[in-house]
Design a protein around this ligand. Structure first.
Ligand code: NAD
Ligand code: ZN
Length: 380
């Protein structure tokens, strides 16, 4: 380990005496004190294979990247998809998953202008994008064909030190509670953007399908904060009470109701004006096209493997429904979503466990036994 004084002394010494190439090498990134060479991380070699909690190298930031000492990371259902390898998008292997990382900037590449050592930063699903294609140009950076994805194509936040493109990394205000903000970095940004995509008016009803999960529990709160009335759909009494405690006016239990479409339409007097689909259920997604109100806006967010959304064409046309996909959010959506959190309008309901417990968290998630989010403490 090098102390900061030692690094500056070395830099001065090399700037004066060393060959230019060595001096350039040292000037390439600024570092904070005590960055170790190795760290703890959760890594797997094959899809669905063993997840090992072990010592792995600390990555070196590229000129455009920051190195974040990740303190906490949320566990998103996407991390489970990445581990299982069930999406038609290849993952990097071996892989360190995770894309809801919150921590402190400890080093930065020479091109980084917007972060200083000691700043708080968030690692998001969109680690970086080309910034030059037609989609990046329109601010739809998540849709960039060359997007680099944390915990998927780029080692993510299930480690103590992770790199992120400084352009995409989230700025977190000083004093932010890093455990509490972690789920905002994917779940919060995603549902906030999905609600904007639904384009509803205050007072209208939005159904959140999968309302007690990581995304759903935040969707309920963002929706309420945006002036919408909420109907939550999920399974079991505990999840129903939980969703109502977050501000939902109505709850439909998919494990009890025989006719979900009729139950949703009855509760909302003709169907919700909009639907945010965050469940990992193909059937639930197609049902949403049936129960939506005339002129309803159905937003697809959850990504069950191999799923297809079926909407009967007659119904679709005569009710003039809109079905839209929504994929995380851009930098502005991130700033806005974090701002709702900072102002206390949304609170992610979360439980903290150690990083080494990731396999157990995946098991609970697979069984649908999680209320809100699990957040991993990278020191354990
Ligand atoms: P989660 O496991 O925390 O929550 C899923 C919830 O859906 C659970 O509460 C579960 O009980 C509920 N559910 C299951 N079957 C249901 C049904 N038939 N009807 C209603 N609810 C049902 O998962 P999460 O972390 O919130 O992620 C949800 C999905 O969103 C995943 O597929 C994930 O990959 C995806 N995702 C998409 C984006 C995006 O940008 N589009 C971003 C993040 C996550
Ligand atoms: Zn996610």
């Amino acid at each position: 380990m090098l102390s900061i004084t030692r690094v500056s002394a070395l830099r001065t010494q090399f700037a004066t005496f060393a060959k230019p190439a060595v001096a350039q090498q040292l000037a390439r990134y600024s570092t904070a004190p005590s960055i170790p060479k190795t760290q703890k991380g959760c890594i797997f070699d094959t899809a669905g294979g063993p997840i090992e909690y072990k010592d792995i190298p600390v990555p070196t930031p590229k000129p455009n990247e920051i190195l974040v000492n990740v303190k906490y990371s949320g566990v998103c259902h996407t991390d489970l998809h990445a581990w299982k390898g069930d999406w038609p998008l290849p993952v990097k292997l071996p892989l360190v998953g995770g894309h809801e990382g919150a921590g402190v900037v400890v080093a930065k590449g020479s091109n980084v202008q917007n972060f200083e050592i000691g700043d708080l930063a968030g690692i998001k699903w969109l680690n970086g994008s080309c910034m030059g294609c037609e989609f990046c140009q329109q601010g739809a950076e998540s849709n960039c064909p060359d997007a680099d994805l944390s915990g998927y194509t780029h080692d993510g936040s299930f480690q103590q030190y992770a790199t992120a493109d400084a352009v995409q990394a989230a700025k977190l205000p000083p004093g932010t509670d890093l455990a509490a903000v972690a789920p905002i970095l994917c779940a919060g940004v995603t549902v906030y953007k999905a609600l904007k995509t639904a384009d509803l008016r205050p007072g209208q009803i939005v159904a959140i399908s999968g309302a007690a999960g990581g995304l759903g529990s935040l969707a309920v709160q963002y929706a309420v904060a945006m002036g919408l009335r909420v109907l939550g759909i999920d399974g079991g009494e505990e999840k129903g009470n939980f969703v109502k405690s977050l501000g939902a006016e109505f709850f439909v239990d998919f494990t009890k109701e025989k006719d979900i479409v009729a139950a949703v339409q009855k509760a909302t007097n003709g169907g919700p004006h909009g639907v945010i689909n965050v469940s990992v259920s193909e059937a639930a997604i197609s049902q949403s096209a049936e129960y939506a109100r005339t002129l309803g806006k159905i937003v697809l967010v959850g990504l069950p493997a191999g799923a297809v959304c079926k909407s009967p064409v007659f119904n679709h046309v005569v009710k003039s429904l809109q079905i839209k996909g929504s994929y995380v959010g851009n930098r502005q959506d991130t700033t806005e979503a974090v701002d709702f959190f900072t102002r206390g309008l949304v609170k992610s309901p979360f439980k903290i466990v150690g990083l080494s417990e990731l396999p157990e968290v995946f098991e609970l998630m697979e069984k649908g036994k999680i209320l809100g989010r699990y957040v991993l403490d990278t020191s354990k």
